[in-house]
Design a protein around this ligand. Structure first.
Ligand code: SF4
Length: 392
């Protein structure tokens, strides 16, 4: 990799609904990020090595990221998809966590397709990252790069924003309400990572939040397990839905490795609403284990106690039962077998071959139906204000 360079104007390709430079020019106003440099963020990320595709390193966003971590060693890579010693499931959890904490990959996104969804969101946007610094035992994000995958940041932000702008313009206004949203087309911007963590690295999340502010027929949406107070400064003006993922705290301590505690996620909801976000909740994954019903009852009562009325009035939830995977089960047995005591329940689960050939398991139909019914009743009793958008 060549030496570090000073900032230069990047090549821009204005198209879509408005010029991308307008969005990215706002980046200068976002310097004040105390959480980013604080102890909690450093526990999660202390970047010592950056693997970068040459074009990504030379890009405007790439240079910003490299400048932000001046002590990190730069390593050239030809493809963010092929860094064998970083990816895969070999080694142990200490090594994976070290890679996730100390390593970043910079790459250029090559596909810009917007995919239909219809459940959590109307559309899945081409995301600006892939991989996560956290390490939830049930996470499906490592399915392609293995559990040791660090965050890959995509630096060609302008192309992603242009693709979104074109899609939104071509789609036009939403004329019929659906469970995703009454009025706006909802785009999930964080399918393969956690946008709150990505914000510790660059302004990619801020660029997306600001872009959706200018698209009146659309709304961004992302799920998160990290409370990042720096996001409160982005002024999303109601055009971004943040979905705090929740599960009973005992389950979270066992399964949600490196995330913010569940009570902190609940307590943050009011601040995020105040800051201009729509705040929803992902009740997920729901893991059936001895005492699970009481644990969810306790969590919903805690939400009812803690959340102010203004949060409740606009809240909605997605309820998602656990889906697991045979390969991930094998990986987890090697480093976190206690997680598998609750995640892997052959008596309750049935296999399902996914489109890419992986063997997934999910709760048997009757088990799942009874569990969804039971949890729905608990929500009606303990948190009747919580509209369930879908239970799956
Ligand atoms: S926070 Fe989300 S993306 Fe990150 S490890 Fe957990 S489930 Fe995966």
């Amino acid at each position: 990799m060549g030496g570090r360079r000073g900032p230069e104007e990047p090549e821009r390709q204005p198209e879509g609904l408005f010029a991308v430079e307008d969005l990215m020019a706002e980046a200068g106003a976002r310097e004040d990020r105390p959480f980013r440099d604080g102890p909690e963020a450093r526990r999660l990320l202390r970047v010592a090595e950056i693997h970068a595709e040459p074009a990504a390193a030379a890009s405007w966003r790439g240079r910003q990221i490299i400048a932000r971590f001046p002590h990190a060693r730069l390593v050239r890579t030809d493809s963010h998809w092929r860094i064998p010693h970083l990816h895969g499931n070999e080694g142990n959890v200490e090594r994976w966590v070290r890679i996730k904490r100390e390593t970043l990959v910079l790459g250029e996104r090559s596909s810009f397709a917007v995919r239909p969804n219809g459940r959590s969101a109307d559309w899945i946007a081409p995301g600006l990252s892939n991989g996560c610094a956290m390490a939830c035992a049930y996470c499906y994000v490592p399915r392609r790069k293995g559990f040791a995958n660090p965050i890959t940041v995509f630096t060609n932000v302008d192309r992603v924003l242009n693709a979104l702008g074109r899609h939104i313009a071509a789609t036009g206004p939403k004329t019929e309400p659906n469970q995703c949203d009454e009025r706006a087309w909802v785009y999930d911007i964080g399918e393969n990572g956690d946008c709150s963590v990505d914000d510790l690295i660059s302004d990619n999340t801020a660029d997306l939040v600001h872009a959706f502010r200018r698209w009146p027929t659309a709304k961004a949406s992302f799920a998160t397990k990290l409370v990042n107070p720096d996001l409160l400064r982005l002024d999303p003006q109601g055009r971004t839905r943040i979905r705090f993922s929740l599960m009973p705290p005992d389950d979270s301590r066992l399964l949600d490795i490196r995330t913010s505690p569940v009570p902190a996620r609940v307590e943050a909801a009011a601040d995020f609403l105040e800051a201009g976000y729509e705040v929803h909740f992902n009740l997920s994954p729901v893991v059936i284990r001895p005492g699970w019903r009481q644990a969810w009852d306790d969590l919903l009562r805690m939400m009812d106690d803690v959340l102010p009325r203004r949060v409740k009035e606009q809240a909605a939830a997605e309820v998602i039962m656990l889906t697991h995977n045979q390969d991930l089960h094998g990986v987890n047995l090697g480093w976190h077998p206690r997680a598998e005591d609750v995640l892997w329940q052959p008596d309750l689960q049935q296999p399902k071959r996914s489109e890419n050939g992986a063997l997934n398991v999910r709760y048997r139909n009757t088990v799942k139906r009874e569990a969804v019914d039971a949890l729905s009743r608990t929500i009606e009793t303990r948190a009747p204000w919580l509209r369930v958008r879908y239970a799956f």
